[in-house]
Design a protein around this ligand. Sequence first.
Ligand SMILES: [Zn+2]
Ligand SMILES: [Zn+2]
Ligand SMILES: [Zn+2]
Length: 234
Amino acid sequence: MVKQNTSIVIKKTKEINSTKDLQNFETSIRPIAIYNRPKHIEIKCKNSEDVNILKRTFQDKNLVVEDKKPQQQRLIILNISEKIPKEKILSIIKEDLNLKQDDDLIQVIQTRKTLSKLNLYNLIIDTPRSLAIQLLSRKFVFVGLAKFRIDKFRTIRRCQYCQDFSHQSENCPSKKIYCARCARNHKTEDCKTTKYFCINCIESNRDGAQFPIEHATYDQNCPSYQNYIYYQNN
Ligand SMILES: [Zn+2]
Ligand SMILES: [Zn+2]
Ligand SMILES: [Zn+2]
């Protein structure tokens, strides 16, 4: 079940600029909470009927009232076989969540081929937070006997100077610069290569990993990057 909307948002204007300015409005509704946000005032109500009454009250006074948009969460479903199209995955997710098939609450952001030779891809989706919580608690999407891990999608920043994930360029301890594309010692924007090598995977392999290295450090399927996300989460 999708949670009903129980909040409204009033855009701040000269007349309505703080929660105090709402005191002059007469209404029978008793909100649960009122939040003063930088650009708007948010009123949380008991239920959607209260929301509708409040909305009418404010609209009669010519205020700009909007429903609060549900907070979105970006998720990633990992290592799906290319034999299973994304439409199939989406349809199963909707079924699991008791959504209608034509529901547009789940949006595909991207599909990304992984570096595996097995022809796998990752599927990145946006869903309202309430649905994301349900999906994450299942940990997997089951397609017949196959299962695919579902996880929060995280973007991780990388040092622009040495390409390491553990710090930013302002605090870079490295004496040498490394190119994000070819792993040589020059600025990435000066690079003219068409053949990519990943300095992070070259370094990981020095420590005994056996990662493919022919990709850029910004490739989301870089095994060193994936490893880093994994250790951040566990
Ligand atoms: Zn660095
Ligand atoms: Zn280069
Ligand atoms: Zn790499």
